[in-house]
Structure formats: C-alpha cells, structure tokens
Design a protein around this ligand. Structure first.
Ligand SMILES: *Cc1c(COP(=O)(O)O)cnc(C)c1O
Length: 422
C-alpha cells in the first residue's frame, strides 16, 4: 500500500500527507494485538482511540453482532423502533446517574456534541429565553471536529485555527481548579449568562486537548457555578465514559449529575460507530408538549443502527459480567509505577495516570513520526501527539502486558537518539 497513488486516493486524518510516512497497514486484530500486512504483531496501546475496551474480537461481542447482522443489520429509525435500541436505551438510562434517562442516538461523538448543543439552545427557546445561544467551555477542551463541536475546543490550542469566522465564537474559561480560577469563571458566567445556554466539560480528564487531569472538586465547582447562574451543564464523556477513569462514568466519581451527557468511543466496544446524547427530564420535558414545533429536529440516516446497538448491548453485558471497571481502576497504580522511571529522563515534564490512562508529558516531541516508528519496531502501537506520549489500552489488558507496554515506552524514550527533546 505504499504507492503514491493509493496514498492520494484516501485523504488521511490529522496529517500532512505529502511528508508523513505511509500509514501502517493492519490486516486483522485479536485480543490486545494488531497484525500488520507484513505479519508483525503489535500491542495496541491506544485501544483504537479509547474505543476497544474489552480487546479486539471479543467472542461475545462478535457473536451478538453477527447474530444481529443476519437478522436486521439496519432499518431507518424515523417512525420505526427495534428491540436492540429499546434495550440499549433502557440499560443506559439505568446505569447513568439520576434522571439522565432520555437517550438520543447519534452516529459519532462529534454529532452527539452537536445534538447536545441543539438540545441546550432548544431548551432555552422553549423556556422563553431564545437569546441563550452560546456556550462556555474550558482551556484545553476538545469536543470534536464538526463545526459546532470545533467552536467548543480551546481556540488557542485547537486543531481548528484554520477556519476563522466559519466557526461560532463561544466563551472560554480556565477550569475552576481553585478559588481564584472559580472566581474568574464565575465572573465570566455572571457577565454573559443571558446568552449562555450551557457549560461543556470533559469531567476529570481532558483528552485530545492535552491529556490533562483535574480533580472531582473541579467538576463539583462547575456544577455549582451552573446552578448559581442557571445554565445547563453538559458532560462530554465520549472519552471518559465506560470505565476509562476507574468508575463507569467520570461524573460518578465527582458525585455530580449533569443535565446532558455525551457518550461515544467505547460505547460499542470499538465495533461500530455510534454515540449517544442523554438528557435529563428537565431538558427532555421542555420538548414534550402538544406542539409539533417543539420537537427536536434531528435524525441521522443511520440513527440507532441495530448492529451498533447489538454491539453496545454485548459490551454492557461484559461490563455486567466481568470486573471491567475495577480492572481500569487497578490499572492506575500499575501504569504509575511502570512509567515512573520516565521521570528521570531528560525532557520529561510529568508522568501521570488515571484509571486506564497513562501519560508521559515532555517538553516537546522533536519528531513524532520517528517516535511512532520506534514504538512500532518495539512491538507497540502508540500515537503520541503534542507534548504527550500516552496509553489508553483495553481496560482488561493483563498485568504482564501492562508491564511490557510501560517498559517499552520507557526504553524507547530512553534511547539517546529518540528525539524526545526540542
Ligand atoms: C473523540 C472525542 C469527541 C469526538 O468524537 P468522534 O467520534 O471522533 O466524532 C468528542 N469529545 C471528546 C471528549 C472526545 O474524546
């Protein structure tokens, strides 16, 4: 797959195609390993962008999805329903906190964020405050790549600086991690609350904006600020949902209930693309009237795809049957210990872990592509970005493989010519 022709027929994500090395061709995946076209096996330290939470080709997920494939792979959702969607919505409502009970099926995380934005603006319009059309999000936020979602990303560090006024302008604040920053956030909300529909936050872990962690208290402060100023709180748990941070949902660890929550990535155990936007009754009830015009006008073609629902139901079975969340929680000290030697390396700024997320933060990565190649040569698939070399493996990665992942990371980054620095 190295011909320049094949490289140009696909427009690839997040890279300068002209200078980037050829992508790695993967032909199959099983358990914790990817198999390359030339027969190498790589441990997947990324779980395919956080999604493959039980490892690849888990027999229960495969069987359930295949069974659904032969029965009803797809049917439109307008005017129609089906058992896999009904069951999945009921199960999600049951495991989500409080009255987060009203599940809208979206087809990707970014779309789930767009839907949350539409729900929030629509909520205020139906409550007689149609001027509330803007959002507040945080420094280092990442909420997706579609135009609405882009507007919520940190404007100074986003991948979206290219688009100028094509992107809505929103309010951005530092996270309220202490009294001073809480006061700053409070001030911003007080000044603009007449036009703010909701606050968006990635609870506990900010993902693609820099793999940064904050504590539960910060999320509690955000809920309090939202209550004080009567704006909705939207938790983007597309990355953190389904056990990743050591509880099923990050907001649980904070004892906070948002008004809307977005879930994606691991929802179908990495099998199919699907995400959900789940609203509480306060939001849902605003749309529940006798007026046709009060309906939520959104409906993706592949909404609630039955195959994706079957995969998601199978994934929830595994969360029920196996100690998956506990495995994620137990991975935190293992990653911390395994990656600790990296602290001594020149150029390393921080080593941290939370649940099944391990991060080595450096001053700067001189040559990300070269580092990736070195990891691949050492049998590990990672995709460092910005100033972070990080792992988000399947939650059930066994101990010996956790050790191997950590020691490989430290070894590769220790090699004198690894180009970590400057
Ligand atoms: C990945 C991600 C998104 C976007 O999801 P896609 O499925 O890639 O559109 C949104 N928010 C967060 C926090 C994410 O990690």
């Amino acid at each position: 797959m190295n011909s320049s022709n094949s490289r140009q027929s696909i427009w690839r994500p997040y890279c300068q195609m002209k200078t980037a090395p050829s992508p790695l061709e993967i032909v199959s995946a099983d358990g914790f390993e990817l198999t390359t076209a030339d027969g190498r096996k790589l441990i997947d330290g990324m779980a395919s962008w956080w999604s493959v939470c039980h490892g690849y080709a888990h027999p229960h997920v495969v069987e359930s999805t295949l069974e659904q494939l032969s029965r009803l792979p797809h049917v439109m959702f307008g005017g129609i329903t089906h058992e896999p969607a009904e069951r999945l919505a009921a199960r999600l409502a049951a495991i989500l906190p409080a009255d987060l009970d009203h599940v809208f099926f979206a087809d990707s995380g970014s779309v789930a964020v767009e839907v949350a934005m539409k729900m929030a603006v629509g909520y205020w319009r139906r409550r007689g405050q149609p001027q509330r059309q803007r959002f507040l999000s945080f420094t280092h936020a990442y909420h997706g790549d579609t135009t609405g979602a882009m507007s919520l990303c940190d404007p100074d560090r986003s991948m979206h600086a290219d688009y100028g006024d094509a992107i809505l302008s929103q309010h951005h604040s530092v996270l309220p991690v202490d009294d001073a920053s809480e006061a700053a956030c409070h001030e911003l909300l007080a000044r603009h609350k007449e036009n703010i529909a909701a606050v968006f936050v990635e609870p506990l872990v900010q993902g693609a904006g820099g793999m940064r962690f904050h504590d539960a208290e910060t999320v509690t402060r955000i809920r309090r600020l939202c209550d004080e100023h009567d704006v909705l709180m939207i938790a983007d748990e597309i990355a953190t949902g389904f056990g990743r941070t050591g509880t099923m949902f990050a907001v649980e660890a904070c004892d906070v209930v948002p008004d809307i929550i977005c879930l994606g990535k691991a929802l179908t155990a990495g099998t199919m693309t699907m995400a959900v936007t789940v609203a509480n009754s306060r939001v849902f009830d605003a749309f529940w009237t006798d007026r046709t015009a009060d309906a939520l006008m959104h409906g993706p073609t592949f909404m609630a795809n039955p195959l994706a629902c079957a995969a998601a139901n199978a994934s929830l079975d595994l969360f029920d049957r196996e100690p998956r969340v506990e495995q994620a929680r137990r991975m935190e000290p293992k990653l911390q210990a395994g990656l600790a030697p990296a602290r001594e390396l020149p150029g390393v700024v921080d080593v941290r872990s939370r649940g099944a997320i391990g991060v080595i933060q450096v001053e700067s990565l001189a040559d990300v592509e070269d580092l990736r190649t070195r990891f691949v040569d050492a049998g590990l698939w990672l995709r460092p970005f910005g100033d972070c070399v990080y792992v988000t493996p399947p939650l059930n990665l066994p101990d010996d493989l956790i050790d191997r992942v950590c020691s490989t990371m430290v070894e590769v980054m220790s090699s004198r010519d690894a180009g970590i620095l400057i």
